[in-house]
Design a protein around this ligand. Sequence first.
Ligand SMILES: Nc1ncnc2c1ncn2[C@@H]1O[C@H](COP(=O)(O)OP(=O)(O)OP(=O)(O)O)[C@@H](O)[C@H]1O
Ligand SMILES: [Mg+2]
Length: 253
Amino acid sequence: MSEAPLLEVRNVAKAYGRGKRRHEVLKNINITLNEGEVLGIIGESGCGKSVLLNLISCLEPVSGGQLFFKGQEYTGKKPKDVCRWFQVIFQDSEAAFDPKMTIRESMHENLKLLAEGTKNANQRIEDMVSMMGLATELADRYPRQLSGGQVQRMAIARGLVTEPNMILCDEITSALDVSAQAMILQYLYELRKKRGLTMMFVSHDMALCATFCDRMAIMKDGEIVEIGTPEQIMDHPQHEYTKLLLDAVLYTR
Ligand SMILES: Nc1ncnc2c1ncn2[C@@H]1O[C@H](COP(=O)(O)OP(=O)(O)OP(=O)(O)O)[C@@H](O)[C@H]1O
Ligand SMILES: [Mg+2]
């Protein structure tokens, strides 16, 4: 019996503006992701990584193509219809939290999106906060009362309270120092092991992606130019652009 992949992105395109102002930012994107897989997305600034995550999570509509979750098309749905499946975690988590709400209050807002409402809400929140290695009391603070690394871990915890099938991480470690970065990756790694969480992991850091991801997609100017396992990408790059990125990694070592 063949099971449908968790996520399929089929010929997806995105353009902004009309007429002469129209500009295409994503062209013919195809991705298939199985349950439990972690896909890294690498590419230069402006190549369309964040837009791609927004399309998958229905924060923005596609201009063309189709999206499937477990074989069912969901193109055109609203974010609240898919929040059970996908949660996006952004780079600037402090900005993603309402400064006038405690972390716990923000997390309650996320839980309100679920059909079953806020049943056992506090327990769920505290479980997730502990799972990210944070003291539960920290949930009663305001975002500005936490360190950058703590806010980022709270953002992941908030993404997880709705128990999504998949998290879409947009440069979630790039604003942090190396030790805070390592800690977050360690928690994500354990989540993967414990819950088989499926992930898309946008990063500028090729070496980091190669150690953390099952497959890597290389993007350039709104297209995926190459996709493969870290070994294929790092040891046998096919595309000129991938080779260029690899040279840059070696050069900065
Ligand atoms: N709402 C919008 N309206 C018009 N253009 C947009 C909009 N959102 C994004 N773009 C354009 O789409 C392109 C891709 O943007 P995107 O934010 O996905 O880049 P990125 O790969 O995430 O870059 P970075 O690594 O800097 O975060 C950019 O040229 C950007 O200017
Ligand atoms: Mg971005």
